[in-house]
Design a protein around this ligand. Structure first.
Ligand code: ADP
Ligand code: MG
Length: 725
């Protein structure tokens, strides 16, 4: 029987216009939408305990959560200290137990009707009278038949995320399961396959109809996992198809002009630097030179830890382009950083006859007009700026190279906007947020990747310590003592999210009190997020020029800023920061040959605990990792100095679903797959996709038509428009 999948869910029993409307609010309009509304979790018989077993567990000292199924015997609201308390008594085959809520009594009263079956999950306790009790447990209502089937045949029961829009039209767990059951039963066999037969068979994947059935009402756990595998595979496969197609597209592009290398000015420049380039920098330069002189546009991702010296590599590349009479842009995510690049580059290029300009938001119109003119007529050869560069009225004369610094801070479209301003220009994307290499190769499969995996010589590893707040007086003394040796210090306070006002207060408050108090003999300055960038810039430069000893700030200094004599960074409330952010912050120091220090400050108890415990990941369960992740993060900072190592840990810590937060990293977000746990599937799909696109770039062979269609209908827009640096 062929059923029309795109018909409204109103065709299902017990879905009327009201309910259809509430489904619509959560994005479910058609039967097909409903088929892809998967359970958020499942109840599995193997995890259910009888009440007598649970009591035994508690007596034995077991402290974890348990799940237990019972039938409501009675429920009552009583008063305790003038507050309403809700008590529900339930029974199972081996005894009685109770659930208790100290809040929302009325709400729960309506839910627990006598005779109904519930699955209850929580940490069990025994009352002083020896009753088994669950306080504020999670619960799921089961149909009577369901609970019998469940207990007798071991069926797995699906639970769907119950959005409040659904609850408002009285859709509960039971009715939702019933509605979906009907949809699956009547419609899943009509679902068109989205993957070609040869992909299914080569990879042992379930067909789509089967997959949908097993996702909702799995026969057993193996079937459920097979179904999940298929969903992940499909998602990653089409993602990799797009990466492969992009690569194909990039490879086919032809450059307007292949650059020639004039060795003299470059040699002169390199000799003039106060340091020797590291081997890694030279290698990467070699790779870039090959691209610049080649006939295909460069599409290169340059990964290098904070302080590894990416800027100089970019600058030399831009010089090569300038010597060929082409323009380069260097785009940075913040005005301060752009401005610092501009000043540095101007300084370094003195005497080379290359005109460098800077384009930022908030410049005076008269000033800006002249700059725009110089960009348009080709006088300006290196153009440094922020996203102000993307504006429409910025026209280039001959744009040959685009460099994007700290790419993880930019959205996707921005790169394309710039690329369109030139004729197939070379593109170099730089990032300090390292991700494990294997992932890089799959996610950025359309880019060539270069890595600066070596820190400049003579640089000492930053000494990192964790200290309790009690130690702050000692820390201040240390700062004062070191200031006498010419050290400068960053004092960082966290931004309290969603409340810029609080942020302002925090940094300002400490600034005032330190200035008058513990650090009064030093020269302090303050930067916070709400200052305009010119004021920030002025302070940064005065600080870099050593007019101040201590810079008090929020995290505005996080990205890129370079002050060689700042060799101490104190990060207050360090537990508040993510690992990559801590690492970025630490990278602000240790940029000279002097020993640098990073002091992480937390409440005393946390510091003591962290310094005592030293977790080894390999022996921790996911639950333990979750529980101790603050300590793990802090310890990782002390133990590791490499961003790559920290990124591996970060990846494990953040776990399913929220690796990095896409905004921070520029990584794609998947609905079913998880980049950490499913990296194997990612590699498999990459191989498969690249092979297919390699043989049939436009997907015109009959066997590949389905791939082409699915891509177009389902995936193209999603991935292409929404991501890929
Ligand atoms: P990042 O890779 O984080 O952008 P930068 O390019 O800002 O790092 O470089 C950090 C600092 O190291 C700068 O002061 C830069 O001049 C310096 N530097 C770069 N390369 C070397 C090198 N080979 N030896 C010593 N110092 C270097
Ligand atoms: Mg940088």
């Amino acid at each position: 029987m062929q059923n029309n999948l795109s018909q409204s869910i109103q065709y299902l029993k017990s879905v009327g216009p009201k309910r259809a409307e509430s489904f619509s609010k959560i994005g479910i309009n058609t039967v097909k939408d409903l088929l892809f509304y998967f359970p958020s979790r499942y109840l599995d018989r193997s995890t259910i305990l009888s009440s007598i077993k649970v009591v035994q567990h508690v007596v034995d000292g077991y402290e974890g959560e348990v799940t237990i199924i019972g039938q409501v015997v009675d429920s009552e609201i009583h008063y305790y200290n003038k507050k309403q308390v809700m008590n529900v008594h339930l029974k199972d085959a081996s005894g009685f137990f109770e659930c208790i809520w100290f809040q929302g009594a009325k709400y729960f009263k309506n839910i627990f009707n006598n005779g109904d079956y519930f699955a209850i999950s929580a940490k069990p306790v025994l009352t002083k009278y020896g009753h088994l009790q669950f306080v504020h447990p999670d619960f799921d209502r089961l149909a009577e038949k369901e609970s019998k089937d469940f207990l007798n045949t071991g069926k797995i029961i699906p639970f769907y995320h119950m959005k409040k829009e659904l609850r408002e039209t009285n859709i509960g767990d039971l009715s939702l399961r019933r509605i979906i059951h009907q949809a699956v039963h009547e419609y899943s066999s009509s679902l068109p396959e989205s993957l070609p037969e040869f992909i299914l068979s080569e990879n042992g994947l379930l067909g789509i109809s089967n997959t949908i059935e097993q996702m909702h009402f799995p026969q057993d756990y193996d079937s459920l996992n097979t179904a999940k595998y298929r969903m992940k595979f499909e998602e990653l496969f089409f993602f990799e198809c797009i990466v492969a197609k992009r690569k194909q597209f990039l490879v086919e592009r032809k450059k307007e002009f292949s650059f020639k290398i004039k060795p003299e000015p470059i040699k002169k420049f390199i000799n003039m630097l106060p340091f020797n380039l590291t081997g890694a920098q030279l290698n990467v330069l070699g790779e870039i030179k090959k691209d610049l002189t080649g006939s295909k546009p460069m599409n290169r991702l340059l990964q290098g830890d904070v302080g590894s010296g990416k800027t100089i590599v970019a600058l030399i590349s831009m010089m090569i382009v300038a010597e060929n009479n082409y323009q380069s842009v260097l785009m940075a995510p913040t005005e301060i950083l752009a401005d610092q690049h501009f000043k540095n580059i101007t300084q370094l290029l003195k005497g080379f006859g290359i005109v460098v300009v800077e384009l930022l938001g908030g410049q005076k119109k008269s000033e800006r007009d002249i700059i725009l003119q110089n960009i348009k007529n080709g006088t300006a050869k290196i153009i440094v700026g922020t996203h102000a560069l993307l504006e429409e009225n910025v026209e280039f004369n001959k744009l040959g190279l685009i460099v994007i610094d700290e790419q993880q801070r930019f959205g996707v479209m921005q790169r394309s906007t710039l690329v369109q301003k030139g004729m197939n220009p070379d593109v170099l994307i730089m990032t300090a947020t390292p991700i494990p290499r294997t992932l890089t190769m799959s996610i950025y499969g359309d880019l060539d990747v270069s890595v600066i995996d070596q820190m400049p010589n003579k640089r000492k590893t930053i000494k990192t310590y964790l200290r309790g707040e009690k130690k702050l007086p000692d820390i201040y003394n240390f700062i004062i003592k070191k200031a006498a040796e010419g050290y400068q210090t960053f004092l960082v306070y966290p931004i309290v999210e969603e409340s810029a006002k609080v942020e302002l207060k925090a940094a300002e408050k400490y600034f005032e009190s330190l200035k008058e108090g513990s650090l009064k003999e030093l020269r302090l300055c303050l930067i916070h997020g709400r200052m305009n960038w010119r004021d920030k810039e002025k302070i940064m430069y005065d600080y870099a020029a050593k007019k101040y000893d201590v810079l008090v700030s929020t995290t505005v200094i996080e990205v890129g800023i370079d002050v060689p004599d700042a060799n101490i960074i104190v990060i207050n409330d360090a537990f508040n920061f993510g690992l990559s952010q801590l690492h970025q912050l630490r990278g602000r120091v240790g940029r000279s040959e002097k020993q640098a220090y990073c002091l992480l400050v937390t409440p005393d108890s946390l510091a003591v605990k962290s310094n005592q415990l030293n977790y080894n990941f390999d022996y921790l369960s996911p639950a333990q990792i979750e529980k101790h992740k603050t300590i793990i993060r802090l310890n990782a900072m002390i133990k590791h100095s490499s961003g790559f190592e920290l990124s591996e840990i970060d990846l494990k810590l953040r776990g399913p679903g929220n690796i990095y937060g896409t905004k921070q990293s520029g990584l794609p977000e998947f609905k079913y797959a998880n980049l950490v746990e499913d990296s194997k599937i990612l590699f498999t799909t990459k191989e498969a996709a690249f092979k297919i696109i390699g043989e049939d770039p436009n997907l015109i062979q009959p066997k590949n038509i389905l791939i082409k269609n699915t891509l177009r209908e389902k995936y193209y827009e999603k991935y292409f428009l929404s991501r890929i640096g």
